[in-house]
Design a protein around this ligand. Sequence first.
Ligand code: SF4
Length: 411
Amino acid sequence: MDLLNTLVEKGLRRELPTREEALAVLATSDDELLDVVAAAGKVRRQWFGRRVKLNYLVNLKSGLCPEDCSYCSQRLGSKAEILKYTWLKPEEASQAAAAGVAGGAKRVCLVASGRGPTDRDVERVGKTIAAIKEQNEGVEVCACLGLLADGQAEKLRDAGADAYNHNLNTSEATYGAITKTHTYADRVDTVQKAHAAGLSACSGLIAGMGESDEDLVDVVYSLRELDSDSVPVNFLIPFEGTPLAKEWNLTPQRCLRILAMVRFVCPDVEVRIAGGREVHLRSMQPLALNIANSIFLGDYLTSEGQAGQADLDMIADAGFEVEGTGTTTLPAHRSEVAAGGGCGSHAGGASVCGSGGQGDSVEAGCGSACGGCSGHAEEAPAPVQAEAGEVRPDLVAVRRRGAGTDLAPNA
Ligand code: SF4
């Protein structure tokens, strides 16, 4: 296929595909799907070999959010029966993080529900970061606390944070239909603040909310413009009790096409399969490792993932290896740029420093990886070009173990 040859060549050169090429990936047929995966796999292996980075979520504060993100189980008015608790103590968070690190995670993602942190919250998270780093040498810590005020990114950096997550989630055109309490521009601003402070920017999307192919391409191009080092791709977990509970639009094949499109547009960044992996990719998860180079180990913010050991077995069975702490995730040209706090990592591409938006998480909502947000059904965006996905509420398990409970975490 000429399209795939072109996309591989561009991916190996870090050159931006045209919008038409990105849309064409989403429009490929099931007969072409293995060729699409193989082509994306060539780009993935060029920049990340056969390594899989494991990330581990710690939900520092769950539920009770004043924001109304339609996809989020922690949103204002959510009827989802998720765990609800306020800030974990630093030692509790550190204990949860240690389980993930012992399971092979090299990054711990500290997530808190809410619009954004107070300065006191930032101080509290700083103590948590110190506790985690003291006990786990070499671990990366990413904070995901929502919208940042001036100076907060710098405080988190000084406290030892390596990265900040805030997802754009969807296109600018669609954003107002899924959230009313803050704007797309607010999200972009926070990603830019994190970037400017020298934190590695982590920002991604949620697929399956009824968006069009054009919306998906728009948000991924915006993420490239923002120069995100990590792009979590969440697949909507339609939680009962949230506005998007009936949005079962995804098939495993659709998820693979979306991941491939992200890989071609952002060839040299960490593409992470985030919330909804088990629910929507199902038995196709190992195939997706040929495209993405990163996953979450174990459970998500408010939902349970497959057993951590099953994640590790899947990686080994598919012929991949867990990335160790001694290995730098990003290719040299990106990690050097990240260390310098600048952009321009997409040589030959159309990336524009600081020109775009920002965001990351699904459960993904705030800037992190909540695993399942949801909102008011009447506010849901009208499905456009949505595929019929299998309705599988039986695969959605509300998290009942780990942080905020007396039960051991899944890692
Ligand atoms: S995504 Fe974050 S900000 Fe939005 S409702 Fe969920 S917890 Fe709140």
